[in-house]
Design a binder for this molecule. Structure first.
Ligand code: HEC
Length: 118
C-alpha cells in the first residue's frame, strides 16, 4: 500500500466519521421509562418531566422503585390521586385537575393497577 493511498484511506475514515456525527447527533441511550407503552402519553410526559428526578434521588436511582416498594402506603385509586395532588402541591406546580388525572391514570396503568370507580 502506498503512503498516498494510506493517507487517502485515513482521510476517508475521518470524513465518514464526521459525516456520521453530522447526520446522527449523539443521542443518550433511552432509559426504561422512555420505552414504556401507555394509553396516557400526556400523563407520562408530565410525570417524566416533573416527578422522576426527585423520586429517583430518594430511591437509589431507579425511578419507579417508589411506586413498587413493599412499604408503599397507597392501597386504592383515590389515595393514589390524593398523593399525586400532594406531590404536585409540594412541588409548587399549578396543575389542572385534568393533569392530575392524567398522571394518576398513567401511574395506575403502569404500577398500581387499582380498579377505578369514578
Ligand atoms: C421534591 C420531591 C418530590 C417531587 C418533585 C415529587 N414527589 Fe412524589 N413523593 C415524594 C416523597 C418524599 C414521597 C414519599 C411520601 C411518603 O413516603 O409518605 C413521594 C411519594 C409519591 C407517591 C406514592 C408512592 C407510594 O406508592 O408509596 C406518588 C404516587 C407520588 N409521589 C407521585 C408524584 C407525582 C405524580 C409527582 C409529579 C407531579 C411527584 N410525586 C413529584 C417526593 C416528591
Amino acid at each position: 500500500m502506498t503512503q498516498l493511498f494510506r493517507t487517502f484511506l485515513i482521510f476517508l475514515c475521518l470524513l465518514t466519521n464526521i459525516a456520521a456525527f453530522a447526520i446522527e447527533p449523539a443521542q443518550p441511550a433511552p432509559t426504561k421509562t422512555e420505552t414504556i407503552q401507555t394509553a396516557f402519553p400526556e400523563g407520562k410526559k408530565l410525570h417524566d418531566a416533573h416527578c422522576v428526578k426527585c423520586h429517583q434521588s430518594m430511591t437509589f436511582e431507579k425511578p419507579d422503585d417508589i411506586y413498587s416498594r413493599p412499604e408503599r402506603i397507597i392501597k386504592q385509586y383515590d389515595s393514589l390521586k390524593t398523593q399525586v395532588q400532594r406531590c404536585v402541591t409540594n412541588t409548587d406546580l399549578m396543575w389542572f385537575e385534568e393533569e392530575v388525572d392524567n398522571v394518576s391514570h398513567y401511574l395506575n396503568e403502569q404500577y398500581y393497577h387499582f380498579e377505578i370507580k369514578e
